[in-house]
Design a protein around this ligand. Structure first.
Ligand code: AMP
Ligand code: ZN
Length: 459
């Protein structure tokens, strides 16, 4: 089955055709490590994880690269303000490298708790400075850059299709618009190299042909993706906030250097919102995964909640909705436990599930099908097998759920009850059923006439 994906670049759903047969190169913009990730950021990483799991299930060897932005992300997208990591270091009384290291570890821990498969490569911006300087040199040689008093800028007017990702109107972009230009030639021009204001003050700064400084945030992603995935690669993802500036600039500078298309499929996830407002660090309305746990929720309940909305629709976060997700997920775990050992799966549900997720990652439909499956008439082992299969995409941990261990005395009573039923001694059978129930187990007569034991719980 071919996965069909909504490509932001063409604004169409398109079948995925890889550059190299059976291989998929995937770049996902990673965290700026100056704070804990909030659950809005994590929503984006969950959708990207689903994409990767679908491709993997389809037999692709996925090479997944995610950068760690440990330098160069300024407090404003307009190349103004302080470096986020440096600012946090001052606030916390730590070194910039100490801050980046601490929050990188915290981030990896978040990924693990959410069952997000770790990327194959996680390059750090500070570890690729030489390559970034080389990239700027190439841009300079081709005439795309100019210097101002605070950095080396990319001249966006030199790119005929600048802004194609978001269909920016050329009129809005050129001088004369209301955006303060400063020394920039065009409002959309952006820094590829920033000068240190006072060399020696920053912990993270490097010599370059243009002066001591540090790379621009957009540059990092172009350079790190190309190092690991080549000049043109298959898939690039992020949240929708990255479309107008960050990804637009990545495309402009990358295609300027190589003269080739940068990425074939761009995928963008919608926001997690609270009361219609985007969850964000600067919005001050953010919640971390650790906070959800402190309130008694499991990280996978959050994953379940995220899967319940299509990645291209806004998802409103409330604790009530999360409680609903937790309840539903607990119920699914009980089913998984009760179904016991997997046998041969139900092809009907597995196929329908695959169809849903191959249609632009329709996980809400996938979850609905999962519920249909667990409530269906198929034998328990078949349902368990399909739950485990489907979980390769959902990543909710159904494979790890153990069947209940039935104590010997309970098994003995069950055998006695079987005998009573064979003799049609309904009174004895009923009495035994009650005795079994007192030990915390129920006995269910399932379709094939076999007896299965289910740990007694509320369903
Ligand atoms: P950042 O660390 O700000 O670069 O963000 C990391 C990822 O989270 C990016 O892909 C952003 O687009 C994404 N993101 C930021 N805020 C939200 C939100 N409220 N909902 C979903 N994704 C978000
Ligand atoms: Zn990026």
């Amino acid at each position: 089955m071919t996965v069909v994906l909504y490509n932001s670049l063409t604004r169409k759903k398109e079948p995925f055709v890889p550059i190299k047969k059976d291989h998929a190169g995937l770049y996902t913009c990673g965290p700026t490590v100056y704070h804990y990730a909030h659950i809005g950021n994590l929503r984006s990483y969950i959708f990207e994880d689903v994409l990767k799991r679908v491709l993997t299930l389809d037999g692709y060897t996925v090479k997944h690269v995610m950068n760690i932005t440990d330098v160069g992300h300024l407090t404003s997208d307009a190349d103004e303000g302080e470096d986020k990591v440096e600012r946090e270091a001052k606030k916390e009384g730590k070194t910039a490298y100490g801050v980046a290291d601490f929050y990188t570890r915290a981030f990896l821990n978040d990924l693990q708790r959410l069952n997000i498969i770790k990327p194959d490569v996680m390059p750090k911006a500070t570890a690729t400075i030489a390559e970034q300087i080389d990239f700027v040199k190439k841009l300079e040689k081709k005439g795309y850059t100019y210097e101002t008093s605070d950095g080396v800028y990319f001249d966006t007017s030199k790119v005929h299709d600048y802004g194609k990702l978001v269909r920016l109107d050329a009129q809005q972009l050129r001088p004369g618009s209301r955006i303060a230009l400063g020394e920039k030639k065009n409002p959309t021009d952006f820094a590829v190299w920033k000068f240190s204001k006072h060399p020696g003050e920053r912990a993270m700064e490097w010599e370059s042909p243009w002066g001591v400084g540090f790379p621009g945030w957009h540059l990092e992603c172009s350079v790190m993706s190309m190092i690991h995935l080549g000049e043109t690669f298959d898939l690039h993802c992020g949240g929708i906030d990255h479309m107008p500036v960050h990804h637009t600039n990545e495309i402009a500078q990358s295609e300027a250097v190589t003269g080739k298309p940068f990425v074939n499929y761009w995928l963008h996830g919608e926001f997690l919102v609270i009361d219609e407002k985007r969850m964000g660090k600067s919005e001050g309305n953010f919640v971390t995964l650790g906070e959800l746990e402190k309130r008694g929720f499991s990280p996978l309940a959050y994953r379940y909640m995220v899967l319940g909305a299509h990645y291209r629709t806004k998802l409103n976060f409330t604790f009530e909705a999360l409680a609903g997700a937790q309840h539903a997920l607990d119920k699914l775990y009980r089913y998984a436990q009760d179904f016991g050992k997997p046998s041969i799966g139900c092809a009907e549900y597995e196929e329908k599930f695959l169809e849903a997720v191959h249609n632009d990652l329709d996980t809400p439909k996938g979850l609905a099908l999962l519920w249909d499956l667990v409530k269906s008439d198929y034998p328990a082992g078949a349902k368990k097998a399909s739950m485990v299969y489907i979980d390769k995409v959902l990543g909710l941990g159904f494979a790890e759920v153990e069947p209940p261990v039935v104590p010997k005395e309970v098994s003995k009573l069950v055998a006695q009850r079987e005998n009573a039923r064979k003799k049609k001694d309904w009174a004895a059978s009923d009495a035994l059923r009650k005795e079994i129930a007192q030990l915390g187990f129920t006995v269910e007569d399932i379709r094939e006439g076999a007896i299965e034991m289910h740990k007694l719980r509320e369903m």
